[in-house]
Design a protein around this ligand. Structure first.
Ligand code: FAD
Ligand code: DLZ
Ligand code: SF4
Length: 508
């Protein structure tokens, strides 16, 4: 009996469970470019182009391998506009009633598929290391779902960086070594740039015409759009970037968007790279002496620890997770998140490179844009939708726990044991941005005071009832309490004035 095999735009790998369960000799693969997926947030044009071009190349690859593929392009006349609509159209045309799918990453599509009037078998997404059951069992009965404990289980499960049942080097986590201030020079050229071929160029024209108004620069487009290109990026980064990845993981430098980061998240998230294979390659490089342990462990932890953990939280917490707002924040996202003017150099850098590349590294997302949104009290839903739109690697299952949970504390502390907030001092320590900023990071109040300095205290005081007894935040509140009364009043008054400016849409 012929079956339809659904493959989504972030399921582009040969070993996908739906493909493994199918019969190449008669089943029909269904892939569709649809407005529902290109438009559920105003995606960065580079992200749309990347997904569509990668889908087209993957369809070609499947056909080369002998599969029958029914592929709908965005501009096709009868395009139904949604994944479900395209599946129904294929079922009607081919007179087929059975569908095999690999579980979509997002609740939105999981529930749409569950409601479809066809016989559908939804298989687990085996690209992840932990199954849903494993994560549930790990989480069951725990008071706190801390990533570190889960990560250790994933090390044991994969055997990565293990000596028998002991972690390589005697410690599970070398994060402490991975917080060096920015280096004077960067001797790594960043990610490989791929010239668009004819197929990619056709997609770029389409995206320009349909989504040219979205925030973000479409061109120059430099992403790889197939497995081979993505693998070249991994090889290139392991040879030149991995060794220093750990040391400078948290550093930020003006006009250096990539530093020693791997720039592989979007390749992994759409399926062009297998996360476990990349980790094994990093472990091999470490064993060959290409990189120190803190670099290899730091990278592997991000993938088998954080990435898997985020997915586990997304599934465990259910579809309402993205609506959480534990701190009751309601301010609108300022225009400078969408490229408007700002005098804050750190924000201008993080947003500017996001606009250019659909990329920012972890610390920029967490401690610059995320930190600002949190201390300014921005509505987490708007923050979530911004991150989901502007990053090429943003898919809700990984973006939402990072934004709603880790960055905005909107889940009330499931992901983070305390809010990731800081004054300008942290940004100054980890970057060189403050040197060229029109604000002064050393100035706490008055003319030229860094907005992070004011809003940091304002946040802590606004939420004292919630965080005042948090043992990890005691020092912060003690510092505040030691401040002179009139100084404290000035901080709160100036923070209030700054927030009023923000609400009035004035540049800050
Ligand atoms: P590297 O710094 O080289 O890290 C290696 C890999 O580890 C990444 O490619 C990624 O696959 C994984 N990784 C690292 N940190 C995390 C993390 N916290 N959660 C999940 N995986 C991680 N990552 C996404 O893939 N999609 C998102 O939508 C996303 N949104 C984020 C939003 C916020 C507010 C924050 C703080 C982080 C977010 N991250 C997200 C995690 C992280 O910022 C990106 O994975 C990373 O910046 C991608 O760049 P890279 O490939 O150069 O990563
Ligand atoms: C992100 C994206 C975009 C922009 N376009 C498509 C598309 O046209 N067709 C498709 O199948 N998938 C697309 N995707 C990826 C989906 O949004 C993704 O599969 C779901 O959000 C589940 O994670
Ligand atoms: Fe950012 Fe403040 Fe430093 Fe300016 S002074 S770059 S606003 S932290």
């Amino acid at each position: 009996m012929v079956k339809l095999i659904l493959i989504l735009g972030d399921q582009l790998c040969d070993g996908l469970s739906a493909l493994e369960a199918a019969d190449k000799s008669h089943d029909v693969v269904v892939m569709a470019e649809v407005v529902d997926e290109t438009g559920y947030v105003p995606h960065h044009p580079k992200k749309i182009a990347f997904v569509l071009a990668s889908m087209r190349k993957f369809a070609k690859r499947l056909r080369r391998d002998g599969w029958t593929v029914r592929y709908t392009q965005l501009d096709d006349d009868d395009n139904a506009g949604s994944i479900v609509g395209e599946l129904m159209r294929a079922a009607d045309e081919l007179g087929v009633h059975d569908v095999i799918a690999t579980e979509p990453g997002e609740w939105r599509l999981i529930s749409a598929l569950e409601d479809i009037p066809l016989e559908i078998s939804i298989l687990p997404d085996t690209r992840f290391i932990a199954t849903h059951t494993e994560f549930e069992e790990w989480a069951e009965g725990r008071k706190e779902l801390r990533m570190e404990w889960f990560y250790r289980d994933m090390r044991r499960k994969t055997g990565l960086l293990m000596d028998g049942d002991k972690p390589k080097g005697g410690k599970w986590n070398y994060d402490h070594d991975n917080r060096k201030a920015p280096p004077k020079e960067i001797d790594f050229s960043g990610p490989l740039r791929f010239e668009p071929d004819d197929e990619v160029s056709a997609v770029l024209d389409l995206v320009e015409q349909r989504f040219g108004q979205n925030f973000g620069d479409l061109r120059p487009f430099w992403f790889a759009t197939d497995h081979e290109g993505a693998q070249q990026q991994v090889d290139h980064w392991i040879a030149g970037g991995l060794a220093q990845f750990g040391d400078y993981q948290d550093a930020m430098i003006t006009d250096q968007p990539f530093l020693f980061h791997s720039v592989v998240s979007f390749y992994i998230n759409v399926g062009l790279l297998d996360p476990l294979a990349v980790c094994r390659q990093v472990e091999t490089a470490y064993r060959a002496g290409v990189a120190p342990l803190n670099a290899a462990e730091g990278f592997i932890r991000q993938i088998i620890g954080w990435r898997e953990y985020m997915r586990g939280i997304y599934v465990l917490e259910g579809p309402d997770y993205t609506s959480r707002n534990a701190l009751g924040h309601s301010r609108d996202l300022p225009a400078f998140f969408w490229g408007g003017e700002t005098n804050m150099r750190c924000i201008e850098q993080a947003v500017g490179q996001t606009q250019e590349h659909a990329y920012a590294h972890h610390i920029q997302r967490l401690m610059v844009t995320g930190n600002f949104a949190l201390i300014a009290g921005i509505d987490p839903r708007q923050v979530h939708e911004w991150y989901l739109a502007v990053y090429a690697d943003a898919f809700e299952w990984v973006e939402a726990p990072n934004v709603i949970g880790m960055s905005q504390f909107a889940d009330g502390g499931i992901v983070a044991s305390k809010p990731y907030v800081s004054s300008g001092a942290y940004i100054d320590r980890m970057s060189n941005h403050c040197k060229s900023c029109s604000y002064s990071v050393k100035t706490k109040t008055g003319e030229g005071a860094c907005p992070f300095n004011l809003l940091y205290w304002d946040f802590l005081i606004r939420h004292r009832a919630r965080f005042g007894n948090n043992p990890r935040m005691g020092n912060m509140y003690r510092t505040w309490d030691r401040m002179a009364e009139d100084r404290r009043e000035t901080v709160i008054a100036e923070a209030g004035a700054l927030l009023e400016k923000l609400d009035a849409g004035e540049d800050i």
